[in-house]
Design a binder for this molecule. Structure first.
Ligand code: B12
Length: 285
């Protein structure tokens, strides 16, 4: 095994993948130099080193698909950006569709991070590292998802609402929409109502997308929609909303056109709304 093939583990996994056989074929595990009893309670440094070594030298390219995806979930959990980049590239080289890499290896891994954050096992700094690793994988997939050659559909302005800095889901929706042929203008995070109103007018958008991940920030979507109503422009746009704490009922209650539970639903919903709009225009012409 050459050094280039070796994935150095920068940190000890906080939550190692449970494997039935701790030394699966094709995976090289570092041999332990010192046994537990030899290390003894008086050698915490040696013990830490031993644990770190156990984590070293997993060759991602030698894992089969299932093992690699599980390892990527672990690596995402541990915020190992370089390993996520390598894993993403390996799956693509093996012929995986970019969308499958995104949903299975990356979004799937983020679910575990989310659950442990909720349960107080992970904290903000660790989740930030995981988010950065996820973004590194997404950056590789972005041009591939946009390369589908889908016919041009329409224009969307998308942004996360005021008080909220979560942007992974929003970025994912933007990527998938671009891949489906939509032009997307991403206005980023923490957007006050003025930003949305200015952007949809400037860009002559067809669709406004708002994202919120916090129960405290999701009501702000209504502030934006109410401002659109007040200006008499609400019906000029299709308003789609999304984010983990939202649901269909909430979407209806605030006057959005639709709540979308994920990026794939967002694409389908956007397409069907624009098709309806074009049909109406054709009838009234
Ligand atoms: C990553 C993360 C962070 C990262 C964000 C990094 C980043 N750049 O985004 C960091 C560490 C910064 C963070 C900070 C905080 N977070 Co946080 N975070 C998360 C976590 C673990 C994952 C979110 C994520 O990226 N999911 C993966 C993506 C792919 O999924 P998604 O966002 O849901 O998006 C999909 C759909 O919802 C939909 N969608 C999303 N947006 C849109 C928009 C449109 C238009 C459409 C159509 C669809 C759509 O499509 C997407 C793709 O399929 C969630 C846990 C969770 N279960 O959501 C907590 C979570 C959202 N965070 C939470 C909290 C409490 C916080 C903090 C307040 C913590 C703190 N004490 O400081 C801060 C708030 C900061 C702020 N002001 O915004 C809570 C919220 C609880 C609540 N009920 O409000 C959660 C639910 C964790 C928990 N269970 O406790 N967080």
């Amino acid at each position: 095994m050459g050094p280039a093939e070796t994935v150095a583990r920068a940190s000890v996994g906080k939550r190692r993948r449970e494997v039935a056989n701790p030394q699966p074929s094709g995976v090289e595990w570092a041999q332990e130099d010192v046994s537990d009893s030899e290390a003894g309670p008086s050698a915490p440094g040696a013990e830490r080193e031993r644990m770190a070594e156990e984590d070293d030298d997993i060759v991602l390219s030698e894992l089969d698909d299932e093992e690699l995806v599980a390892q990527m979930h672990d690596d995402l959990y541990d915020g190992l950006k370089d390993e996520i980049i390598e894993g993403t590239n390996i799956l693509l080289e093996r012929g995986w569709a970019p969308y499958d890499v995104l949903t299975t290896a990356l979004v799937g891994g983020m679910k575990v991070v989310g659950d442990d954050f909720r349960d107080g096992i992970l904290f903000v700094p660790e989740v930030l590292l995981a988010a950065n690793a996820m973004k590194a994988g997404m950056a590789i997939l972005k041009p591939l998802l946009a390369e589908t050659g889908a016919p041009k559909q329409g224009k969307m302005v998308i942004g996360t609402v005021k008080g909220d800095i979560h942007d992974i889901g929003k970025n994912l929706v933007a990527m998938m929409m671009e891949g489906a042929g939509f032009e997307v203008v991403d206005i980023g995070i923490n957007n006050p109502v003025e930003n949305y109103l200015e952007a949809i007018a400037r860009e002559e958008a067809d669709i406004l997308g708002m994202s919120a991940l916090l129960t405290t920030t999701m009501p702000y979507m209504k502030v934006v929609i109410d401002a659109m109503v007040e200006k008499g422009i609400r019906d000029d746009y299709v308003v789609l909303v999304g984010g983990a704490p939202l649901n269909e009922e909430f979407g209806k209650a605030i006057g959005a056109d639709a709540y979308c539970r994920d990026a794939a639903v967002a694409v389908e919903t956007a397409k069907s709304f624009l098709a309806r709009k074009h049909n109406q225009m054709a009838v009234s012409a």
